[in-house]
Design a protein around this ligand. Structure first.
Ligand SMILES: [Zn+2]
Ligand SMILES: [Zn+2]
Length: 161
């Protein structure tokens, strides 16, 4: 948990209404299986990267916040619903969701929390039979999907859409 990775972290939500940037060393990256994190991201676990609050800037829009307890906030885009962060109040850090980073491979988690909530089939997911996305599964539909893609690209833009 003590690995320090220096870098520029940029990311945002799916629709592009909320974007962030941090120039920082992230203190830890982790996944959390606790029930609150499962609900907050709508998945089996939250993947998070802790960034110092004073190095994190919201460069477009502002996230909406839900206080999942009196101790912690969850940030998300009010327009498209993308989960964007977990923040322990007064902790000085904001943990952005690793899936909202522009480069999802920039940071690898190095710890797990909330393992009491870990689904028992998690370890087997990576060995399930697999296909690639629409190009493989729906080749006839892929051009139309690409042509009507409303997802913000994985970099900052001057105007969107
Ligand atoms: Zn959005
Ligand atoms: Zn959690």
């Amino acid at each position: 948990m003590s690995a320090l990775v220096a870098g520029l972290f940029t990311g945002g939500c799916q629709c592009g209404a909320v974007r962030y940037r941090a120039t920082a060393r992230h203190k830890s990256a982790s996944i959390c299986h606790c029930r609150m994190c499962q609900k907050a991201v709508g998945g089996y676990f939250a993947a998070l990267c802790r960034l110092p609050d004073d190095r994190l800037t919201w460069t477009r829009g502002q996230p909406a916040v839900f206080a999942s307890s009196d101790q912690a906030d969850r940030g998300f885009c009010r327009d498209c619903g993308t989960p964007l962060f977990y923040r322990w109040k007064g902790g000085g850090f904001t943990s952005v969701t690793l899936g909202s980073l522009d480069d999802t491979q920039a940071v690898a988690p190095n710890h797990q929390f909330g393992i009491e909530g870990r689904v028992p089939f998690l370890a087997g997911l990576a060995s399930l039979p697999g296909d690639e996305t629409t190009e493989e599964e729906m080749p006839d539909d892929a051009p139309a999907i690409a042509a009507t893609n409303h997802q913000h690209p994985d970099h900052d833009t001057d105007h969107w859409p």
